[in-house]
Design a binder for this molecule. Structure first.
Ligand SMILES: [Fe+2]
Length: 368
């Protein structure tokens, strides 16, 4: 998600959050003070988000992002969820003439406890989902069954690492160690490796670690939407360590499998990218496409399209819009002859909270 979205999202969220407070909170002095503290926290958090979008760097930037995550993605989301539930329950109780239940639903203490419990749940579970990295395995057959001696290639899909504020050193080490344990033939870094918060040392350190894995067919990188928020030269840092970067380019591996890498703009059709390395239209290929969009246009081809971008349904409430923004928000699906896998990402943007999705590495066993 671009930082510019947050410029618009936050001013909408702050009043929305204040509106969710019960009216009676605004009547007494003590409660007005509470409301002022609540509003100040909202404004501070909003400021923190904007600050983190480029005005401060390094540790301070990461601290304000963590603060923003705590406030907006626990307290705000909880307040909205609890308020919506309360209105819904009140409506049902009124229809049933259950007046004592309606009175209970108006209890401020009950509201505060429900918000606190909901926030604790999101924080606790969300942090635990973000602390590790699970492995999702997919078996994909790109042959039409007529091939007598099909080949197999195992691909480790790493997307949305968001080095720095997203994946810190500990998580990067875990991602690299788990990828090494899987012994893939090929490692694909599927975009959003860096964002506006990534420092050069984060990128260099990751490139050193991932290139040391030395899989049989190497490491391939494509860009995501967040790379344009960064001033870092990913191509230079990665190619220096022998990592192949594909910007609307393709390569044919030593095992004969073609791999195409799409730029985030999706301006060049995949068959055209593959034809540049003499891959026929009907040949199987792996396509690295950060965004899981424009998938249906490839349904006539025996491609495996590997995507990220959505972070599963990373953020409570906001993740619900994923299905309207992509062809495959998460998991595996066949589109005609084409197969696609969307990863929830090995880490995530900005907030170290992920729920209901998990950080994950996808291991795809491709038969071609
Ligand atoms: Fe991302």
């Amino acid at each position: 998600m671009s930082k510019y979205v947050f410029y618009f999202l936050m001013p909408v969220l702050v009043p929305l959050m204040v509106l969710t407070l019960p009216d009676s909170w605004k009547r007494t002095k003590r409660k007005r003070t509470l409301l002022a503290v609540y509003g100040a926290a909202a404004v501070l958090s909003f400021t923190a988000m904007i600050s983190a979008a480029g005005f401060v760097r390094g540790t301070v930037e990461r601290l304000v992002l963590d603060y923003g995550a705590l406030f907006f993605f626990t307290v705000t989301v909880s307040a909205i969820v609890v308020s919506l539930l309360r209105y819904l329950l009140a409506y049902i109780c009124i229809q049933l003439h259950a007046w004592s239940a309606v009175e209970t639903l108006h209890s401020n203490r009950g509201y505060a406890v429900a918000v606190a419990l909901c926030a604790a749940f999101i924080l606790g579970v969300g942090s635990s989902h973000f602390s590790g990295c699970r492995v999702m395995t997919y078996d994909v057959n790109l042959t039409d069954g007529t091939s007598e001696h099909p080949s197999q290639c195992t691909v480790a899909l790493l997307s949305d690492i968001h080095l720095g504020a997203g994946a810190g050193d500990a998580l990067v080490d875990r991602i690299c160690a788990q990828t090494a344990e899987l012994r893939p033939d090929l490692v694909c870094i599927d975009g959003d490796l860096v964002d506006m918060m990534t420092l050069q040392e984060d990128l260099d350190s990751f490139a050193d670690k991932i290139s040391r894995l030395s899989p049989k067919y190497g490491v391939i990188y494509v860009e995501g939407n967040h790379e344009k928020d960064s001033d870092l030269d990913c191509r230079a840092a990665l190619e220096k360590r022998g990592i192949l970067c594909l910007y609307d380019e393709a390569v044919v591996l030593k095992n004969g499998l073609a791999v195409a890498g799409r730029r985030d703009a999706h301006e060049v059709p995949v068959p055209e990218i593959l034809s540049a390395v003499s891959v026929p239209e009907d040949a199987p290929a792996v396509v690295l496409s950060h965004r899981p969009s424009d998938l249906t246009e490839m349904s006539d081809h025996p491609y495996l399209v590997l995507c990220g971008h959505t972070h599963g349904y990373q953020i409570p409430i906001f993740g619900l819009i994923n299905p309207y923004l992509s062809d495959l928000p998460y998991g595996y699906r066949a589109f005609g002859r084409m197969r696609a896998v969307t990863s929830a990402g090995a880490a995530a943007w900005g907030f170290r909270i992920k729920w209901p999705s998990y950080n994950e590495i996808c291991l795809v066993r491709v038969v071609f």
